[in-house]
Design a protein around this ligand. Structure first.
Ligand code: DLZ
Length: 155
């Protein structure tokens, strides 16, 4: 992982066994987003989150992550929302529109809901670059997103 978060456990101030996480998964580029989901679940479980406290919701594509995130963030019982998607530039003519919209949208959901709402979206030039970041040689961005959610709950 290139960022500040190391794969594995995060020092946690809050009792994660009581926290509820929503994971929204885009179905476009499914083999990548499923790997991101596996990484996110592993990251949460290894930090003490209970399996039954992880709620998965699917949306058609990355563009729809924002509305899915809003619906889940609006639920009282949800503490954090993790958004997982994959947009590949070479295969997506409106790459910039989707990426910009989802980046702004997820930011807005986080600010409005005041709940950690995490951008676990791969925006790559090629499919190989996505594979490398979904459990490949550059780790798993889904796990990174889970650790980011935990770190924000500790804020
Ligand atoms: C339409 C589209 C395209 C061309 N590419 C992708 C992609 O690479 N990754 C992704 O998650 N979604 C893609 N989509 C679908 C859009 O996100 C969205 O679902 C549709 O535009 C309908 O709003």
């Amino acid at each position: 992982m290139a960022g500040p978060l190391k794969s594995g456990t995060v020092k946690s101030k809050s009792n994660l066994s009581k926290k509820k996480f929503a994971i929204i998964v885009a179905e476009w580029n499914e083999e990548i987003t499923e790997a991101l989901y596996e990484g996110a679940v592993a990251g949460l479980i290894s930090n003490g989150v209970k399996k039954e406290n992880i709620i998965r919701k699917n949306v058609p594509g990355t563009f729809e992550l924002t509305l899915g995130a809003k619906w889940m963030a609006n639920k009282k019982e949800i503490d954090a929302v993790i958004c997982l998607g994959c947009v590949i530039q070479g295969e997506t003519p409106h790459f910039d529109y989707i990426c910009q919209a989802v980046a702004y949208g997820i930011t807005e959901v986080g600010l409005k809901s005041e709940k950690p709402t995490i951008f676990g979206v791969l925006t790559t030039l090629t499919k190989q670059q996505a594979i490398d970041r979904a459990g490949g040689k550059y780790g798993n961005k889904g796990e990174e997103a889970a650790l980011t959610a935990i770190q924000m709950l500790n804020f």
